[in-house]
Design a protein around this ligand. Structure first.
Ligand code: SF4
Length: 342
C-alpha cells in the first residue's frame, strides 16, 4: 500500500496493525515529513499553535518500593531522593510562581503515605497555580479529597501497556491497578494524565500503540505524556540505547493522529533541544517550565558539569534544592517558530 493511502486509512479508521505499518514505512525523509506535517496540521486545527508549559516539584514523596522499577533512577540507592519538607515546598512554589508559571505538577514515587499531599495542594492552589498530581497509589477517598481541594489533573500512567511486560519492568506494581485508578479518575470527573513509555528494550510499536488505543477509551483523558526511555547508570538497563529524537517525534505524530484534541508532550530522553522537532510532530505541551527538585550533589545533578559553554538555562542549587527555569529558552524557541506559550 502507498504511504499516503496508509496515512489516510490510519486517519479515517485507525487500527493498531496499520499504525505499526505506518511507523515502519515512515523511514525516509519525505515519508517522515508527511507524517509529521499531518500531525502538526491536526494539532493546529484541534488545539491550536500554543505550547502549554508544565512546571514541577520533585519529589513530594519518597519511593518506597521493595523492588524498584528496573529502568528508574530509584533503582540505584545513591540516586534516591528525600521528599521536600513543607517549608521547602513553600520555597519551591514561590520560585515557580515568580517565574510566571501557570501550572505545577507535584511528582513523587510509589508510597502509600499521602498525608502531606493535601497541604502541598493547598499551598500550590493558594498561589494561583493549576495543580496536577503525579503520585501513586491514590485511594478512592483520597481521590475525592484531592478533587475537593481543586486538583485539575491526576496521573494514572499506563506506562507499559501489557500486563506481563509491565510486571517485568515494574516488579512490584500491577497494570490492572493502574487501569482501575484511571477509571476512578474519570468516574470522579477529574482530568486524566497518562504516560506511555516508549523505547524500553523488548517493547515495540505494537505495545506502545496499544497504549494509545487504550487511552482513546478514557473520555476524561486530558494529557498523554510520551516518555522516551532514558538509560540510567547502575540499573540493569544501563547499556540499552535510547530512541533517536526522530523516532520519538514519529511516535508523537501517531499519538496526535489517534488523540487529536488531547494535550500531548514528550519527555525522558528528549529535552529542550528536541522541542522544535516535537512541535513539528504535533506536540502542544512540555515539562520545560520552571522546576525545583532535591539536589543529588552540591552541583545539582552531577559533579562533572562542564564549565565551558553557557548552558541553555541556569540551574542554581540553594539549601540542597535545584531551582531551574528553562521557560525563557522555551519562549525563544517558540518566538522563532510562531508558537504562543500558554
Ligand atoms: S514507582 Fe516510580 S519512582 Fe518508584 S521505582 Fe518505579 S518508576 Fe521509580
Amino acid at each position: 500500500m502507498e504511504f499516503e493511502t496508509l496515512l489516510n486509512k490510519v486517519l479515517e479508521e485507525p487500527k493498531i496493525e496499520d499504525c505499526c505499518k505506518l511507523l515502519e514505512k515512515a523511514n525516509s525523509f519525505e515519508r517522515a515529513r508527511k507524517l509529521l506535517d499531518l500531525a502538526s496540521k491536526i494539532r493546529d486545527e484541534k488545539v491550536g499553535r500554543i505550547l502549554k508549559l508544565d512546571s514541577f516539584v520533585y519529589p513530594v514523596k519518597k519511593c518506597v518500593m521493595e523492588k524498584y522499577c528496573i529502568y528508574c533512577s530509584n533503582y540505584v540507592e545513591k540516586l534516591r531522593l528525600e521528599p521536600l519538607s513543607l517549608e521547602e515546598f513553600r520555597t519551591a512554589i514561590d520560585f515557580i510562581k515568580d517565574c510566571g508559571m501557570k501550572r505545577v505538577t507535584l511528582e513523587g514515587g510509589y508510597n502509600p503515605d499521602n498525608s502531606k499531599i493535601p497541604n502541598f495542594i493547598v499551598m500550590a492552589k493558594k498561589s494561583g497555580l493549576e495543580t496536577i498530581l503525579d503520585i501513586y497509589p491514590i485511594s478512592q477517598s483520597e481521590l475525592r479529597a484531592f478533587k475537593a481541594l481543586g486538583v485539575s489533573e491526576i496521573y494514572s500512567s499506563l506506562e507499559i501497556p501489557d500486563s506481563k511486560l509491565f510486571s517485568h519492568f515494574k516488579p512490584e506494581e500491577s497494570f490492572e491497578k493502574r487501569l482501575e485508578l484511571a477509571k476512578e479518575v474519570c468516574r470522579n470527573k477529574i482530568g486524566l494524565s497518562s504516560t506511555i513509555m516508549i523505547g524500553l528494550p523488548n517493547t515495540g510499536y505494537e505495545i506502545w500503540i496499544k497504549g494509545l488505543f487504550m487511552l482513546r477509551e478514557f473520555e476524561c483523558l486530558k494529557h498523554c505524556a510520551i516518555s522516551s526511555f532514558n538509560p540510567v547508570y547502575g540499573t540493569p538497563l544501563q547499556n540499552a540505547e535510547p530512541l533517536s529524537p526522530v523516532s520519538v517525534a514519529k511516535f508523537v505524530a501517531i499519538a496526535r493522529i489517534l488523540l487529536p484534541d488531547k494535550d500531548i508532550s514528550a519527555c525522558g530522553s528528549v529535552g529542550l533541544q528536541s522541542l522544535p522537532l516535537m512541535l513539528l510532530a504535533g506536540a502542544n505541551r512540555a515539562y520545560l517550565g520552571a522546576y525545583v527538585c532535591r539536589a543529588r550533589t552540591p552541583k545539582g545533578f552531577a559533579e562533572e558539569l562542564e564549565d565551558v559553554f553557557k548552558p541553555d538555562y541556569e540551574a542554581k542549587v540553594r539549601n540542597g534544592l535545584v531551582f531551574a527555569n528553562p521557560s525563557e529558552a522555551v519562549e525563544r524557541i517558540c518566538r522563532d517558530f510562531g508558537f504562543e506559550v500558554g
